[in-house]
Design a binder for this molecule. Structure first.
Ligand code: AMP
Length: 437
């Protein structure tokens, strides 16, 4: 029997429903932040990853799927999305035709020759986003907020946002020297990989999964202690903006990321869910100010992130998030002939505000109308008859609680939005929790 290749997965029809739901939320949240989708090839010239992701990284050293095609071209199946997207922006000169920063997202398969285990595959899927062409620290904070909003929209509220800064080039040179000076005399106490990294990519030693509890690393100098004045100011601003937006976060001085191109802010979003273990890192991201120039493009300071879709699905399964049955927000029940025209105008204005609304288009009895609504699984019934028309009001019934309240028409939208917001539980990590979460 021919079987699937190790580290790959068949996604069966019943699982596909869960994938589609996550993909739909990706598109909704990306629209809210005004990010547009880009689709680039699944294979690219090998050189892109050697120059972009970096010669010294584990991905390029040990994990890429490389092959020569029939025309003798050196090809690599993409291990990550960012270098291909930056290549496409440079090649298509998108930076000359669209306002900066370009705001792009992607969803698709990636390939890494890793040791397969739960949540770690050789073909896996990422949702990533890139904001390209601005060095403003507002954008770093915006991307972290976008990633956190996405997890909340997925129903994953118990999440830790970890941030750090590895600084600009000056900071990185100063830090690499200090770290080497500190670790070299104790080199033999590091794992064999880290002994090698010490020469090729010293910062990665901090990120080692083998040496995670090594006291040597706990006491090692940290990138934050070597930030240049400009890098420190940039990081302070990112933290201020996160605070202003109410994005709960923790500064993690040992956080560095495994790719060569990062500068300044790096971040990870981790699920605080029992049983996720080594798979709890859902998202990794950071600023990459030099990548475009590394790939022969113009100076385009940028910031991005990537989520692993398989891990998001595992996290949702662990906390038993049921795939949502199709639902609508509001079902409008109109009583009598006269209120019909006004009811249609109400439905239209609610839809324009993002409230998914439907109504009965046949003259059923009141009971029949409720029955019709039930099939559409609404949060609210909105009941609108002649009395309400005359009073400029509407009766709002919340299905979950059974409560019923008359609301004036000019307050209706605000009322519905407030009720829906109260449905979303707080993460408990929010600094403003007690006051106005
Ligand atoms: P990275 O591109 O290495 O920063 O990874 C970003 C995210 O992609 C991680 O936090 C994981 O959620 C996911 N990821 C990375 N490698 C794998 C893999 N081999 N299998 C499944 N998910 C992965």
């Amino acid at each position: 029997m021919i079987t699937k290749i190790k580290g790959t997965q068949d996604i069966m029809p019943e699982e596909c429903v869960k994938w589609q739901e996550v993909e739909q939320i990706i598109r909704q949240v990306s629209r809210l932040y005004n990010f547009s989708e880009i689709r680039t090839p699944i294979f690219e010239a090998t050189e892109i990853y050697h120059r972009g992701t970096g010669e010294g990284t584990d991905i390029v050293k040990k994990e890429t799927y490389d092959f020569l095609d029939r025309g003798e071209r050196q090809i690599t199946l993409r291990p990550e999305g960012t270098p291909g997207i930056v290549r496409s922006i440079i090649e298509n000169k998108l930076y000359t035709t669209s306002p900066l920063p370009l705001k792009l997202f992607y969803v698709g398969p990636m390939f890494r020759y890793e040791r397969p285990q739960k949540g770690r595959q050789r073909q896996f899927h990422q949702f990533g986003a890139e904001a390209i062409g601005s060095a403003d620290p507002m954008l770093d904070a915006e991307m972290i907020a976008y990633a956190a909003t996405f997890l909340a929209a997925l129903g994953l509220h118990s999440v830790l946002v970890k941030v750090n800064s590895i600084g600009d080039r000056d900071s990185q040179v100063a830090y690499a020297k200090a770290l080497k000076d500190f670790l070299y005399p104790e080199k033999e106490h590091l794992c064999p990989d880290c002994q090698r990294r010490l020469d090729s990519n010293p910062m990665r030693v901090l990120d080692c999964k083998v040496d995670i509890d090594n006291p040597l690393l706990k006491n090692a100098p940290k990138p934050l202690d070597f930030l240049s004045e400009a890098a420190q100011a940039h990081f302070n601003s990112v933290l201020d903006y996160l605070k202003a937006m109410g994005v709960a976060h923790k500064v993690e001085p040992n956080l560095v990321r495994g790719l060569d191109y990062y500068t300044h802010t790096v971040f990870e979003l981790e699920a605080d869910i029992p049983g996720m273990g080594a798979q709890s890192t859902l998202c990794g991201g950071g600023r990459y100010d030099r990548l475009s120039e590394t790939l022969d493009g113009p100076n385009l300071p940028s910031v991005g992130f990537a989520f692993g879709l398989e891990r998001l699905l595992i996290a949702r399964d662990k906390i038993n998030i049921e795939t949502q049955a199709a639902f609508i927000h509001a079902f409008l029940i109109v009583l009598g002939e006269k209120p019909k025209a006004r009811a249609m105008a109400i439905a239209r204005s609610l839809r324009h505000g993002g409230i998914v609304t439907d109504m009965d288009f046949q003259d059923r009895s009141l009971k029949g109308k409720f029955k019709q609504g039930e099939r559409l699984n609404p949060y609210f019934y909105l009941i609108f008859g002649e009395d309400e028309l005359n009073e400029e009001s509407i009766m709002v019934k919340q299905v979950k609680t059974g409560t019923q309240e008359k609301v004036s028409l000019d307050q209706l939208y605000r009322y519905l939005v407030d009720c829906l917001r109260a449905e979303t539980p707080c993460s408990g990590h929010c600094e403003n929790c007690e006051s106005d979460c």
